[in-house]
Design a protein around this ligand. Sequence first.
Ligand code: ATP
Length: 532
Amino acid sequence: MGTLGEQVSGLEQMDKLVTLCKRRGFVFQNSEVYSGLAGFWDYGPLGVELKRNIERFWWNYMVRRRDNVAGLDAALIGPEAVWVASGHVGAFHDALVDDKNSKERFRIDQLLYHNEEDAEAAEIYALEAIAAGVADETKFWDGLKDKLGYYPLNPNTGKESRFTAPRQFNLMFKQGIGATGEGGQTGYLRAETCQPIFVDFDSVRVTSRQRVPFGIAQIGKAFRNEINPRNFLFRAREFSQMEMEFFVRPDTLIEQLKAAQATETPGLHDQPGSLAPTHHWYEYWQGERRSYYTALGIPDKLLRIHDHPAEKLAHYAQLASDIEFQFPFGWGELEGIHHRGEYDLRQHQEHSGKKFEYFDDDAHRQLTESGMNKDEARQLATYLPNCIETSVGLDRTFLAVLAAAYDEDVQETKHEGKEADIRIVLRLHPRLAPVTCAVFPLSKKLSGPDSKAYKLYRTLIDMGLAAEYDDAGSIGKRYRRMDEIGTPWCLTYDFDSEEDGAVTVRDRDSLDQDRVSLEEVPMLLLQRLSES
Ligand code: ATP
């Protein structure tokens, strides 16, 4: 049995995933009956379960099991001042061009998707040309040709075309708040979930009684008016992020503490201790995040780390890397890990006029004990924490999880004239599967509200398991339906069950069938779930 990825091309696999998502109610195009709205997606009954299970998994991994990470759920809209301070109003721009023949619109780097370096060079060249006011298209495209050695083609047709000169386009969704006109306020739908974390830094720190080092985490929607949303859930205009900002002591203080021979406070859960320099924390979170994907059931061979070279770092970053996943359409960013220094807290401190500084009494005590004068120690121990960020897209994770789980294998069939059937199976981690177990009474005669099969189903539901009950159609078809949505265990109640008080537990992956007594089934499933 090979994985589908080995049997068909990436694009075919993508088509199969999109079709499965629609057919089984994972994801639909938003407003499809009105021809759809590009870049917006609706999660159907199974999709919402899978999405919530991924969120829960991330939240447990990043927040619940750590006592130094606190949660937040901030508003989706923020006042203009927040997004001016963050730099998004001034600099969150893409350069867009129109194909004059086909009327298609592209981000300029998308014309050069085949060559990452050229794509980046074109983007930089275009943003510089916009800043310099170059509006003449011939001048612009000739200049770019001199740089790259060729004219870009239309990426959809692979043919030469005529493009407009680039224009700047802000990716934020602007929103009038309250009465329009005088007295009204301008706000923005948040372009990333991290800014409210920085804005609320002090409130969360004080109320959660956290001391540096500690983190603040948030899962929620973000909005970007992407010029060309594409690749299904990969690039959408409305999407969700799962972000954690981890605040640590600045390196200058660490150096002073080391010189003062301060003692190391042991780190929590094998984390770096309180004298770890900021890049240790960055490496620590890189490692943690990679392990998270293994725990989530994504094979490590489908992941790789792309470190950003120093000369290509964003203005706020001191170190940056992406965790990339091998999507059916190629490698793509799943998560960004950034060392943001004190950039964001400083920006919000300067723009709001409020103090974001933290007084580190432990550092202050250690410095004064080493003989440092109190004022100097106070100055050093009062600082803006540095921040290490881990930021992952929930929708991209959803797509990655589905792509990694999708499989087809060959099964025997009883269909006349057919030797074998292709079975579609989602090999989802059991804790992510939208349905954990399904109860099948073999015949309608064994079904009904008072039947033992139905009572077993109700017991499983009451225990908090995601269970389904299905008494229609052949048992083979019922298994196939559950395999296709990734249900790890199916429980069949047959005529023998009336005599032996047991059901057959069938495993999605091994196809093993075990006979288990009705009383033992709930515990068995809980045990298998916790061991998965
Ligand atoms: P890209 O380079 O792909 O546009 P980015 O570097 O701008 O992504 P970040 O701002 O670092 O992305 O956002 C963190 C994460 O949010 C990304 O790694 C990705 O998983 C997710 N994300 C960003 N933009 C989108 C989008 N338009 N649709 C879906 N997910 C997104």
